[in-house]
Design a protein around this ligand. Structure first.
Ligand code: DC
Length: 225
């Protein structure tokens, strides 16, 4: 069973995908983590972010491994666990440069399909999972929310962790990311068959319940916990 969850930054798709996978007892694949790992490898190799050929070379040589259990994604680069390092601000900013390169996308799309074939069942989350990577998925979701709500969620996440944050800056950053998502080689696409859920007025619990309801309707599982 392959379930895809796509949507813009801050739509709540990562948390929802992780929780849904845990409820179903299947793997969760965070595809953004794969793009982030290549960005980290490029930064470590001192490659200029506009040097596409250099980034592709690094990506081909990098040993990226994604271990996707039902409650976590652990990413390693060679022997090193980079699960936390890929969340740094520098990597946040570098990743869009990596994600817009055609060869990188082709490489990762193939890797994601290979993971799908190997595991058989997974909840996978990103920008292009239902549209490009798994067009035959059993169930496709597209999560969205107003940009103000998405910025507020991110602001609350950061301040809850004790970090200083500016709501206005986060809002500007999201506007830029939405623009990038549209301009990329494989832009954020909503598959016609995806179930569209606007999470603006929903709690994460309500979102997960809604996803589970659709899984049950499709008879993909007898009765998830
Ligand atoms: O979801 P995230 O913030 O971890 O994504 C990091 C970056 O990777 C972001 O610029 C969008 C991009 N991305 C992508 O282009 N395609 C995907 N399937 C997943 C992420």
């Amino acid at each position: 069973m392959i379930i895809t969850i796509d949507g813009p930054a801050g739509s709540g798709k990562s948390t929802a995908a992780r929780k849904l996978a845990a409820k179903l007892g299947i793997a969760y694949l965070d595809t953004g983590a794969m793009y982030r790992a290549i960005a980290l490898a490029a930064l470590q190799a001192g490659i200029h972010l506009k040097d596409d050929a250099g980034i592709v070379r690094v990506a081909r040589g990098a040993q990226i491994n994604v271990d996707c259990g039902p409650t976590h994604t652990r990413v390693t680069l060679g022997e090193v666990d980079v699960s936390e390092a890929i969340r740094s601000m520098a990597v946040n900013q570098a990743t869009p440069f990596v994600a817009r390169i055609k060869e990188i996308r082709e490489m990762l799309v193939e890797k994601q399909r290979e993971i799908g074939r190997r595991l058989g069942s997974l909840v996978t989350e990103g920008r292009d999972q239902g549209s490009v990577v798994f067009p035959d998925a059993d169930l496709k979701f597209f999560l969205d929310a107003s940009i103000e709500k998405r910025a507020m969620r991110r602001y609350q996440e950061l301040t809850a962790d004790g970090e200083e944050a500016s709501y206005e800056l986060i809002l500007d950053n999201l506007r830029e990311r939405d623009g990038n998502d549209r301009k990329q080689w494989a832009p954020l696409l909503e598959p016609a068959t995806a179930i569209h859920i606007d999470t603006t007025q929903m709690t994460i619990h309500e979102v997960v319940e809604r996803l589970l309801e659709e899984v049950r309707k499709k008879h993909l599982v007898a009765s998830p916990a």
